[in-house]
Design a protein around this ligand. Structure first.
Ligand code: G3P
Ligand code: MG
Length: 245
């Protein structure tokens, strides 16, 4: 069996508040090979890791990420909504995640949230930071905004990209080739073994999201996916250990 990349969705978000340092570190402890996270930009141009464009759900603030400064964002508690024991967790910057990557050989899947809110220049800013930290070969940039992916590939052909989509894309391996993407990141129900094979034959990897049910994990491992994105990296790690044994 080829190795399957165990990608922790927003960190170990089944156990910790998503997109926090606690979630990232826990995912590594639980056996993740890679961390998926969502990248947005503050009003003063800092790259920060948070899923929603609004701060309401995870911090309680009525503001939006695009309208506040990093200093204001850092004053917010991004842990208590999940469990009081995480009180004091903050919305991390991309650099804080890169510091973790300096200590652990983990790969990173940076999802550019460049859709509901458009962040002009986010591609260039992310690539600059990746290169500063010398992490180009450990990154996959993904996005539902495929214009962003094409722009990333133009700016940095050496960095892998993955096209996020929900379902029903016809012969997505051809589409991936057209936009220069290295991987397909579909919603996991919409993945058939024969498609994985077709993509693989063209050097295109499948990394479906978000797979939490061990039965679905098994189905996708058997289909030959190159990796999958999960809230529970421990579940996938246990399955992969079993398969190897
Ligand atoms: O990258 C996979 C997954 O994170 C995409 O959807 O909404 O969880 O960011 P979302
Ligand atoms: Mg995401």
């Amino acid at each position: 069996m080829d190795s399957v990349l165990n990608i922790a969705h927003r960190g170990a978000s089944g156990y910790c508040p998503e997109n926090t340092i606690a979630a990232f570190e826990r995912s590594i402890e639980l056996g993740a090979d890679a961390i998926e996270t969502d990248v947005q930009m503050t009003k003063d141009g800092h790259l920060v890791l948070i899923h929603d464009e609004s701060l309401k759900r995870t911090t309680g603030s009525a503001q939006w990420v695009q309208h506040i400064t990093l200093e204001q964002l850092k004053a917010l508690d991004a842990g208590s909504w999940f469990d009081r024991s995480f009180h004091g967790e903050r919305v991390p910057t991309l650099e804080e995640l890169f510091e973790i990557a300096k200590r652990h050989p983990v790969q990173l899947n940076l999802e550019l949230k460049n859709g509901v809110v458009l962040y002009p220049g986010i591609e260039e800013a992310v690539i600059r930071a990746i290169r500063q930290y010398g992490l180009s070969d450990r990154i996959i940039i993904s996005s539902f905004n495929h214009y962003s992916l094409v722009e990333c590939k133009r700016l940095a052909p050496e960095i892998r990209t993955g096209a996020l989509y929900m379902e029903g894309l016809y012969q997505p391996w051809e589409y991936a080739q057209r936009i220069g993407a290295d991987a397909l990141h579909p919603f996991h129900y919409a993945v058939m073994p024969e498609w994985v094979k077709e993509a693989k034959a063209r050097g295109i990897a499948y990394h479906p999201f978000t797979v939490n049910d061990p039965e679905q994990m098994k189905r996708l491992i058997d289909a030959g996916v190159a990796g999958m994105i999960t809230d529970y990296p421990d579940r996938l790690a246990a399955l992969l250990l079993n398969k190897e044994a």
